[in-house]
Design a protein around this ligand. Sequence first.
Ligand SMILES: [Zn+2]
Length: 364
Amino acid sequence: MHLSKDDSQPTFNCTNRTKEPADAHAPRCRLQPAAFCLRTGIAAAALCLLANGNENNADAASPPPAAATATDPAAHAPHARLSSDDTSGKMEHMSHTEHDLTKEKDQLWQAQQHAYERALLLTKKPLQEVFSEKEIAEAFSQTITLFIGCMDERVPCPPGMKKIGIGGSGALLTDAQLELFVSSLKELGFTIGFVSDHDGCGACKLYCQQHDLPPEQAPAVAKDTAHKVAMKIGVSEQHIGFDQMEGHADIHHARAITIDCCGNFRPNQLGLPSTFELTDAVYPDSAQLEAELNVAVSIALGDHGMGAKRFDVTQGGEPLLLILVENPKNPERTAAINKIVDKVAANYPNAIKVIRLQAPASAK
Ligand SMILES: [Zn+2]
């Protein structure tokens, strides 16, 4: 771990977490090296859905995002696994049979079942009827310290902090967008602790793909982005290694994607299932939010995620949750994001369920 400037600052420690049900994300902290899904972004993530031999029977999936095109050369790239270099030299490369991965996925899926079922109650009841006042107050706490991290569900949130989730900590933003992102961060008015990058960041691999850089450059892109954002804000950087991440290096285990229009919502305080986190409140524009939401959906439903079949209700699955945290203080933006969420969900009618949370008036 790269130490922050402030030694008293919370750091990543898999054994020291905020309150969550015991089974919420188990099994934890046993990341193994090898392939990583976010790596190839929209095009290849969609390819995951279409790939032959997908153990989740991808043919049953709803259409891939419109952003994925058959003409994209990346869509024809082999599903290369990470080299040992990509694992910070700390872990040995290991291969997994399809059978091993299916078993791992089953365990990761089941470990979240209780949290998932509780979250599902939110489709029928308001937040206040499912969670206690204390839980809700903590989930929308006004006394948090932010850190900027990848939307990747395996990048954990240290106790007392809130992850500002965005692909690659902002790696996919243009310079102009980055300025807006940093301004929005400052406008949120919370203390900002640090900016992180993480091992195996697929958003940074997507950046490489978009800029004709070799995928081996992705760790450098991740580090540079974190450095750039940290300098603009005036905070430190931290690198999050595989050994500090949740879940499994080969598998995206998220059963939810959270889009936070408030900027201070902390899903782990409600014990929600493992979730990609897109903090809409700091996205520079809704188009970027939509693009990164499509990436997250494609990953979750792809063969490096839990896979299409597990989410497909027509095959006995349980849908991926798109949890939209609406901001009562910004109805215009909330309405715009609602439209995007509906549009994305409409592409996967059998595999996505939308949950809308009304943030309490005291939220940001
Ligand atoms: Zn990442």
